[in-house]
Design a protein around this ligand. Structure first.
Ligand SMILES: [Cu+2]
Length: 316
């Protein structure tokens, strides 16, 4: 099951699931009071800026540890995100590209040609992924964001070697990570000194449910995201915000969220996303900031949109 979960979990060439049981002990170090929703404004965020282009990230490859806010401006013509992975000690982005990339590339190729179904692709991945992949951990990162917009997410990061990647696909079905959207990130032992932001309300991600505790309002909002648990197989839980225009077919958006669908995560997106945050280990809390205007939106998970992890809401 672990193999299958690992296999399905990533999205692609290079990601992987956060199995709580496989986390190095220090990854769970964020204490309860650090991760609670702060009661008072916390102006001392440590912010690091990235630019996403078609198809590359531009920004620092070394940052301090602790609470860090990643702000990513999408200057490309396609949707992008940062999916952050903490590698096991001793592993580098070269290992990731050599051992993990081909496993996903092979599974995607087989899916795309119709040679296997999703279960078959999961089995292929389970066999092809290296053993060390089970001890890598998804560590958040700014979620899906449309061209011209900026996504912002805050995570508590421990020192180590990370990979930043984007596995949205081009119109031709090529993962952005294969075109250059993969960058190494070293998180050093130096402390960022950053504190978690004050959250306007909280979301808890359960398997097959997005629980929103609070009322989304117009304007700039910071949302705390509690990762309660992750599915035993498949992708780990995450959440993204999509704006629904008149004529947007939410079911089409749900199908688009699944990278294993031939048209899944493939440009162009059926609607414009405004941010979110990727999977983190169960028990941790991350934050993301969005600017919401009057209209219809939905919270939607890559991991379980088809299972009901999608929730429409309206901003008055
Ligand atoms: Cu991308």
């Amino acid at each position: 099951m672990i193999e299958l979960r690992r296999a399905l979990s990533i999205a692609v060439l290079m990601s992987f699931p956060a199995l709580a049981a496989c986390q190095p002990a220090d990854q769970a170090e964020a204490s309860a009071d650090e991760t609670a929703v702060a009661e008072t404004p916390a102006p001392d965020a440590y912010v690091v800026d990235y630019v996403a282009r078609d198809y590359a990230f531009v920004g620092p490859t070394e940052i301090p540890s602790g609470w860090v806010t990643m702000r990513m401006a999408n200057e490309g013509l396609e949707h992008h995100f940062i999916f952050l992975t903490l590698l096991p000690e001793g592993k580098t982005i070269e290992d990731y590209a050599a051992d993990v990339g081909p496993a996903f590339g092979g599974a995607w190729e087989a899916l795309q040609t119709g040679a296997v179904d999703k279960a078959g692709a999961g089995a292929m991945l389970g066999q092809a992924l290296p053993e060390w992949y089970a001890s890598a951990a998804a560590m958040g990162g700014p979620g899906l964001v449309a061209p011209g917009k900026t996504a912002q997410a805050t995570m508590h990061l421990v020192p180590g070697n990370y990979v930043m990647e984007c596995y949205v696909k081009t119109a031709d079905g090529v993962f952005h990570v294969m075109l250059g959207m993969a960058m190494p990130l070293t998180v050093t032992g130096e402390k960022s000194g950053g504190v978690p932001p004050r959250a306007d309300y909280a979301i808890t991600l359960y398997n097959s449910m997005i629980d929103v505790d609070g009322t989304p309002r117009a304007g700039r909002q910071t949302i705390a995201v509690n990762f309660d648990d992750h599915p035993a197989a498949g992708l780990g839980n995450d959440v993204h915000v999509v704006r629904l225009e008149e004529g947007t077919n939410l079911d089409e958006v749900v199908q688009w969220m699944d990278w294993m669908n031939v048209d899944g995560l493939r440009a162009p997106s059926p609607a414009a996303f405004v941010g979110g945050v990727h999977e983190m280990p169960a028990g941790q809390t991350a934050f993301f900031t969005v600017d919401l205007q009057p209209g219809r939106y939905a919270w939607i998970a890559e991991s379980g949109a088809e299972l009901g992890m999608v929730e429409e809401f309206t901003i008055e």
